[in-house]
Design a protein around this ligand. Structure first.
Ligand code: S3P
Length: 460
């Protein structure tokens, strides 16, 4: 199928077959709203479910991952009503009100769900079994099994407690001091959720800064969580047990990680001037902005605001000639999900860019160091891969002519990973002839309507 020419945008997702993403020769122009933030949407349903009474959620991301969380909370006895476009009512049952699920919970592809839910149920004396798709069943879980067990929960997993399926029988928790080996918001959040019903304080030490949506939402609901250290630096996060969580309504901001694909597409396509409205600008998420600015990108924040517990703003991105840069290990956690699309920006820049300290990418929805390097190589870009990063030899700035920046075979494999599929799609939008991406269905994991959005603002 050729997408972006005569076919209707939604046809691009009719099935898992290859889709050719055709160039947007005259750039991306106009104003867009990206879908709601995935991380915050998961947390709104999970924390809303243990809050007191009704929690109205607006701007909710209705994607494959977050709907898995809705189903999981329903299985735990929480009523969740879908009220329309991005609107949910979560009927919270209180911190002690969850019920034993009568069946195994299938998280599908949602890593955030399988890492956070064990923490949420760890204080309840019932059995909860969690599994997911093939990608989920290969993702490391010892990082939550070990500290939750130390807190007093009984937690088991396949392969010596390292992999899902996971079995959790909770109850009788005590707070612990936990030093995380890798900077992970999912691990930190799991322990903070468990800490809400533990005896005494729970402390989690982050070797690097990770997204703090859980902390903000707990505070928003009246809980006590503090971080010692800078918001965007390493530090210790402490949570105290809570009797009642009382969340007011939650308005979920636009997902910066989804916006990142549109920002890079706008920078790399010539003649672009794109405004992205109401994007979440939490400083633990926006590392990509500083890196792109260093590369010479014309990206600006226009109008900052607050949406509940989170900072938001409008972002403007215009076509830019980019220069290579190095991404340091300290910057990696602040742009962990944006590294694949950053790699495409680096591939189009002048000079050689490097990233190191990014070993965590190997245990995401795919081995993202491998899948990103393979994608760039399919485009004809020279990439040297390392255990914890890569060097990318850029093909050199935005072209004002119709020349494709990519010189190789333009068929790329997404490997079932939503973010890799969107990197392939953006490569197509900013190419001369288009790029064929295999199996684009996975895009619905985080950005349903991705192709429709580009169809609206992409000038052909
Ligand atoms: C997430 C945290 C990150 C990120 C993932 C979502 C979250 O994972 O990669 O997409 O919602 O907490 P880690 O914290 O494991 O790095």
């Amino acid at each position: 199928m050729i997408y972006g020419q005569e076919e209707r945008a939604h046809d691009a997702h009719a099935n898992g077959r290859d889709v050719l993403f055709a160039p947007v020769a005259a750039g991306l122009k106009g104003t867009v709203r990206v879908p709601g933030d995935k991380s915050i949407s998961h947390r709104a349903v999970m924390l809303g479910g243990v809050s007191e009474g009704r929690v109205e959620v607006t701007g909710f991301l209705r994607s494959a991952d977050t709907l898995a969380t809705v189903d999981a909370m329903r299985a735990l006895g929480v009523r969740v009503d879908e009220e329309g476009e991005g609107q949910l009512t979560v009927h919270g049952v209180g911190l002690e009100g969850l019920r034993e699920p009568t069946d195994v919970i299938d998280v599908r592809n949602a890593g955030t769900l399988i890492r956070l839910l064990p923490g949420l149920v760890a204080g309840s004396r019932f059995l909860c079994v969690l599994t997911g798709d093939a990608s989920i069943r290969s993702r490391p879980m010892a990082r939550i099994v070990e500290p939750l067990s130390r807190m007093g929960a009984s937690v088991w997993g396949r392969d010596g407690d390292r992999l899902p399926p996971l079995v959790v029988r909770g109850g009788g928790l005590s707070g612990i001091h936990h030093q995380m080996e890798v900077a992970s918001a999912q691990v930190k959040s799991c322990l903070l959720l468990a800490g809400l019903s533990a005896e005494g304080e729970t402390q989690v030490v982050e070797p690097g800064p990770t997204r703090d949506h859980t902390e903000r939402m707990i505070r928003f609901g009246g809980g006590r969580v503090e971080k010692e250290g800078r918001v965007d630096g390493p530090g210790t996060v402490t949570v105290r047990p809570l009797e009642r969580l009382r969340l007011p309504g939650i308005d979920v901001p636009g997902d910066f990680s989804s916006a990142a694909f549109l920002i890079v597409a706008a920078l790399l396509a010539s003649e672009s001037d794109l405004l992205l409205e109401r994007v979440g600008l939490n400083p633990t998420r926006t590392g990509l902005l500083s890196v792109l600015e260093r590369m010479g990108a014309d990206v600006s924040i226009e109008r900052c605001d607050e949406s509940g517990a989170e900072p938001i703003g409008d972002l403007r991105a215009r076509s830019s000639r980019l220069l290579a840069t190095d991404v340091s290990a300290e910057e990696v956690p602040l742009m962990i999900d944006e590294l694949p699309i950053w790699a495409l920006a680096a591939a189009a820049a002048e000079g050689t860019s490097r990233v190191r300290g990014a070993r965590e990418l190997r245990v995401k929805e795919s081995d993202r160091l491998a899948t990103t390097a393979a994608l760039l190589r399919s485009l004809g870009v020279v990439v040297s891969a390392y255990e914890d990063g890569m060097d990318i030899v850029g093909v050199g700035g935005t072209r004002s002519d119709a020349e494709p920046p990519w010189v190789g075979d333009t068929r790329v494999l997404a490997g079932g990973d939503h973010r890799i599929a969107m990197v392939g799609a953006v490569a197509g939008y900013v190419s001369g002839k288009g790029v064929l991406v295999d199996d684009t269905d996975c895009i619905t994991v985080s950005f349903p309507g991705f192709a429709d959005t580009i169809a609206r603002v992409g000038q052909r």
